[in-house]
Design a protein around this ligand. Structure first.
Ligand code: IMP
Length: 181
């Protein structure tokens, strides 16, 4: 285990089980639809790459940028900036792939943007859910959830602190002393 990690929350084996379960659900739910997987950069890249290799129906992929955290901080900045230029969105049933549902502002904003841009439908898939952290006014349902976790700052499997730890193969709780918590 990495020296800055206090505890592993999701092992590689658990991640593989989650990926397999959610891929099966999406393959079943979207078999008669025109599926577009939209990966929210950067934290969701590992989850997206694993889902892509396990979903058994045809689909297309896109990526968008969403930023809410201040660099070097474990707190959301509140405002979410979404950058996306997806063509022909009106042809697709979108599944947004997220790493973590924290305050929920990012997924809420991304969902609004996909619908504004004309998507036929939008559902949300998140590897992790931290319900204790939900912001007031966020009432978005999560359609696919990997695991519900307690209110701790986690890194690995794509998730970062200040752009570090994204390459860890598991999700772990970062030692608070690393971020001055
Ligand atoms: P939101 O608060 O739900 O909008 O979360 C937005 C983004 O904050 C997520 O996509 C993550 O990139 C990041 N984030 C939230 N919680 C954590 C965490 O525990 N570790 C690393 N990144 C996090």
């Amino acid at each position: 285990m990495h020296k800055d990690i206090k505890e592993i929350l999701l092992s590689e084996e658990e991640i593989a089980e989650i990926v397999s379960r959610i891929s099966k659900q999406i393959s079943e739910d979207y078999k008669d639809k025109n599926l577009l997987l939209v990966c929210v950069l950067k934290g969701s890249v590992c989850f997206m790459a694993d889902l892509m290799r396990n979903i058994s129906i045809p689909f297309k992929i896109e990526f968008l940028r969403a930023k809410s955290y201040l660099s070097g901080s474990t707190e959301s900045a509140g405002e979410v900036e979404v950058r996306s230029e997806i063509d022909h969105l009106d042809e697709y049933d979108v599944v947004v792939v997220e790493d973590i549902f924290d305050t929920g502002r990012t997924l809420q904003r991304v969902t609004e943007k996909m619908l504004q841009d004309g998507a036929k439908s939008v559902s949300c898939c998140s590897l992790l859910d931290k319900p204790e952290r939900r912001a007031e006014g966020v009432d978005l349902p999560l359609d696919y959830v990997g695991k519900t976790i307690p209110n701790a700052f986690v890194v690995g499997y794509g998730l970062d602190f200040d752009e570090n730890y994204r390459g860890l193969p598991y999700v772990g709780i970062l030692k608070p002393e690393v971020y001055g918590g």
